[in-house]
Design a protein around this ligand. Sequence first.
Ligand code: FES
Ligand code: FES
Length: 177
Amino acid sequence: MTGEPPLTLRVNGEERTVPEVAADTRLLDLLRWRLGLKGTKEGCRTGGCGACTVLVNGESVLSCLTLAREMERQEVTTVEGLTGTPEAEAVQQAFAEAGAVQCGYCTPGFVLALVSLRREHGASPPDLPTLANELGGNLCRCTGYYAIVRALADLLGVPVTSELPKSTFTVEPGGSP
Ligand code: FES
Ligand code: FES
């Protein structure tokens, strides 16, 4: 027993109470190690790669930089919570058609980011370079980004009229986080 209080939150639509959550527990660790939701990945641990992206009350959040105790009574959605939903199926199809997955480590973070951007821009999406920049917080070691951005463009119905300049991305395509 540590004497730490329990934490109650909603995760993927279900109320969960987790006993003894320390004040310095990260949301990422709560999800992966206390709730067994391993779809949320740990990459850089410093807010620079997006692998740990989840939705909190519908907004995308980096779970490595978020304290679990801030989630009291909040609604958290992980990639597991999207399984089988029309949103997830649309993203899955767009990724498959664009060839946007290689090793897959970054994919859960990108899926959450794409779902968030699609909800935000569904009615009036910006142009492709703007969308690419909005994905700048998510890094991928494998794909070179173009396929992922193309998947997002397909999801939003944004025409891909030309190659994106390399400067569109915050790191060079294929570069390491
Ligand atoms: S692990 Fe959270 S941003 Fe990289
Ligand atoms: S597909 Fe391997 S890191 Fe993105």
